[in-house]
Every structure is written in C-alpha cells, then in structure tokens.
Design a protein. Sequence first.
Length: 282
Amino acid sequence: MTESNPIPSRSVGIGLRLPHVSEIAATRPELSFLEVHAENYMAETPALDRLLALRRDYPVSLHGVALSLGSAEELDRRHLSRFKALIERVEPMLVSEHLAWSAIGGAYLNDLLPLPYTETSLDLFCRHVEEAQEGLGRQLLIENPSSYLRYRHSPIPEVEFIAAVARRTGCGILCDVNNIYVSAWNFGFDPVAYLETLPIEVVGEIHLAGHHAVEDVDVLIDDHGSRVVQPVWELHAAALRRFGPVPTLIEWDANLPALGVLLDEAHHAEELAHAYRYVDAP
C-alpha cells in the first residue's frame, strides 16, 4: 500500500455536492478539503473534470459507498479497478468505505446494510478489506454505521468488531460521530464509552451530520439533511479530546442548504478543532 497525501494544517472539510460546485470554484472558500462519493466520478464526465480542477486548490477525500465489503460474495473486481483508476487520477488524501454490505447477485442496493458481528463475518470482512487495500494500493478507513436493527446472533460488540478489523488488516477507522449518537439513542448504549473503546492511533477521519427523529417510534434516522445538533457537537468534543483534531467532514446530502450554511457548520467544527488542537490524547 502507498501512503496517503499529507493532511493539511486546517482540519475541516465539506462534502462536495453538485449545486455548490460552481460557487466553490468561483469563491474558493477556506476549507481543509473536499470529500466526494467515489462512485459519482468513476466515468469520464464533466463532473470529474470539475473535481480535478478543484483538486488543484483543495485536497480531496474519496468516500466509497459500493464496495460492499461485508457481502458474503466476492468483491466486484471491475468496481475495484474503476476505484483504483479514480484514486490514480485524484491522488486523494484519504480513501474510505463502510462497515456494511450493499450488493448481492450482481445487483447493487441503494442502502448500506448491516452485517452480524460474528467471528465468521469478521474473518470475511477482514479478507475483503485486505483484498481491497491490496487492489487499490491504499489504506482504507472503515466507517462505523448508524444502526436501526440487530441480528439475533451478533455476539461481538460493534466497536470491538471494527477495532479488530483495524488491528488485523492495518486499515484505519472513519469515526462517524453522528452515527454513534444515532445508534446509541436507538439501542440505549453510552456513546462516550463507544468512543473510548476505539483505538486512538487508527482514527483517521471524523464525520458529522444531521439526523431526524421518528417520534412515533422514538427512533433517530441518519439522513444528512440538517445541521449538526448540540448533543452531537458535544460528542464530537469528546472525540477531539480523545483523538485530537483529525480531519473532520460536514456531511449534508438531503435538503441541501445554501453553501454558506455548510461553511458555517465547518467554521464551528474548525473552532472546536482549534480548541482541542493542543490537548494531549490519553
């Protein structure tokens, strides 16, 4: 595996979405990096051309959503090859994927689905992460999911499962703070304890996003469609105290606001990162 590009001194970026591309290109706001969903840029299109133009001024992080690392089937070698080609074009600072599966029988599902946390699925997932990292020539960061159901037989706690993946494969962890908060609410566990179980040295990125409540059933849904709520900011502060100011992304995919709203969220995250920049992690 090759090393990622150097991480910039500023620590907060935003997800690059089509309605904001022209404004970002024209105004060049102060941001640490831009993150894109890799699958949107795997063909020779004007969108890729615009991304490569922005890449001259901003580091880029590639966030994959379709490798289906948790699938019981073999990895899609064609998709892996296209992902590698994109990495070679963009030269991203970070490359990430999910603790999930999303494909079966050659069909890709429009969701990131959970897997049971068993020794069998751990072996399978680790094998796929190793295969992906070898094929891509890069370390992957694996993102913890938001959870709405659990398998009846899932004896390994999620946080221990993802830590074991990192230990066995050499991958890093993308710590999605909002996902931790959503899952903790839905299943009644302590989100700070989850953070404190993650190995400090392998957390390479943090994601922040909004969610919404389904009040009739008392469930939170991670929809990336609103501002980060105060309890998630507080959990993020706990993450910064533990991990330091690692690159942090503001995710917003639904109900996209004006660019200024994303920049305001990023500014708040940057202020928090600065406050904890010189705090020694335990």
